[in-house]
Design a protein around this ligand. Structure first.
Ligand SMILES: Nc1ncnc2c1ncn2[C@@H]1O[C@H](COP(=O)(O)OP(=O)(O)OP(=O)(O)O)[C@@H](O)[C@H]1O
Ligand SMILES: [Mn+2]
Length: 423
């Protein structure tokens, strides 16, 4: 009898607990449709508690951030018209227009068809001279074109599906990351970037006959008799060459060289590149310190750059160049390393300052629901470039949702009026 009673009572208790859990769950999800993301627990335990909060907002992201924004249709048409030009173009005219462009709004013309024409000119203008570009740590070449324009050429080091593991700044530069970054900037209306496109140069026709003596000295024959380049740069090594493919071609990112005077600054959120933690990694109030020495405009600009870098996972922006009081997005080669990794601390300027320019937010809201990756694919298609694997494209849309979640976290903490800034 007493055993039966105990059994009945435990059943009752069990039912009570189950009901509790059920009501707790429904009350918490009323009005919010939850999508559960796999939150990597072990890693999060070691990460700042802010990450846990951001992931909570990610799980309850309003549905508008997961579907396409109908307002983007018109904007996408405009973007397409920049790159989809069927006009027969004269390379000289394009270079003339590009070089004489003066504006406080952009580095280059963004009128109908012109960005696509600039890329076409970068891909097709004859090469007059090829030299080493010794500035920086990574192997790159300087191409002088027939009309005297200069290009930086960052050669392909990896296949598109190679995954770079290890630290966020591991490995060589990724040539496709440079070009991907350019289209990403165009979609997000970030106009302070150098046009960049995939170009193939022929070792026998484009390089050897046009190579400077200095470049020739950094070329060696490999086991198969191909002429390879090891270049001149801080990390360049004789046994880490770039070799032509079976057609004698070297693929790379051809980036328009900007012959301008930049001011160079060290990024306040730079990494230590050692196991030592930087101040921003230890102090959640770090933004206050930065605000003491930088203008609001510059901080908002650094936050735009952090968002941009987070989307491609470039964790190597140790310094930044400024032209006309705007950060120029130079050196975007350390993105697209591992499509499975979203290193949230690249967003530190955003979650530590909890402010964002209203126009940036507007541009981000436009490209929800896969529009961001779709549009990069469409625009780069006009130059015949395949820039990344499907995993990388998906990763960019996934990271965009994490940016939305971070802004939601900021709004809940400080309120809309404090988060969005108009300049
Ligand atoms: N398109 C460009 N036009 C003009 N100058 C450029 C351009 N891209 C880069 N630079 C300049 O050349 C320097 C080296 O280029 P970049 O940063 O791309 O090379 P890197 O080898 O990746 O260098 P690091 O290892 O220091 O990051 C930059 O700091 C910048 O000042
Ligand atoms: Mn670099």
């Amino acid at each position: 009898m007493s055993l039966n009673y105990a059994f009945g009572f435990s059943l009752f208790l069990l039912l009570l607990v189950a009901l509790n859990i059920y009501f707790f769950y429904t009350l918490n999800t009323i009005g919010k449709k939850a999508t559960h993301y796999l939150v990597p627990n072990i890693k999060l335990d070691l990460a700042p508690s802010i990450f846990k909060e951001i992931y909570t907002y990610l799980n309850y992201l309003p549905s508008q951030y997961k579907t396409k924004n109908s307002k983007f249709i018109e904007k996408q048409k405009n973007l397409i018209s920049l790159f989809n030009s069927s006009a027969v173009i004269n390379l000289k005219d394009v270079w003339h227009e590009t070089e004489n462009w003066i504006s406080d709004e952009s580095l280059f013309p963004h009128t109908n068809g012109v960005p696509g024409q600039i890329l076409h000119a970068i891909q097709n203008t004859q090469i007059a001279l090829v030299d080493n570009a010794p500035k920086g740590t990574q192997l790159k070449l300087l191409l002088l074109l027939e009309g005297k324009q200069k290009l930086y050429f960052k050669p392909k080091r990896y296949k598109l599906d190679d995954v770079i593991r290890g630290s966020i700044y591991a490995g060589f530069d990724r040539h496709n990351s440079e070009v991907f970054a350019y289209y990403l900037a165009m979609v997000l209306d970030l106009k302070w970037i150098a046009p960049s496109v995939i170009r193939k140069i022929n070792i026998h026709n484009d390089v050897v006959p046009k190579a400077t003596l200095g470049l020739k000295k950094t070329m060696v024959k490999n086991g198969r008799g191909s002429l390879c380049i090891y270049g001149k740069c801080f990390y360049c090594k004789r046994n880490e060459t770039v070799c032509p493919d079976k057609n004698g071609e070297i693929e790379g990112a051809a980036i328009l060289y900007l012959d301008k005077q930049f001011k160079v600054y060290r990024s306040p959120w730079r990494r230590s590149y050692t196991s030592k933690k930087m101040e921003w990694e230890k102090d959640d109030d770090y933004c206050k310190k930065v605000s003491g020495s930088l203008s609001l405009r510059r901080i908002l600009n650094l936050i735009d750059v952090a968002i941009f870098d987070f989307l491609i996972q470039n964790g190597d922006r140790h310094r930044y160049e400024v032209y006309k009081d705007q950060i120029v997005l130079l050196d975007n080669g350390k993105g697209l390393g591992n499509p499975m990794v979203d290193e949230l601390d690249i967003l530190a300027p955003l979650y530590q300052c909890c402010i964002i320019s209203s126009s940036t937010w507007h541009n981000l809201e436009m490209v929800s629901g896969g529009s961001l990756s779709d549009t990069i694919k469409i625009l780069s298609g006009y130059q015949g470039n395949k820039l990344a694997t499907e995993e990388h494209f998906k990763a960019v849309d996934r990271r965009l949702m994490k940016i939305y979640a971070t802004v939601q976290y900021c709004i809940s903490k400080h309120g809309t009026a404090k988060v969005f800034k108009n300049l």
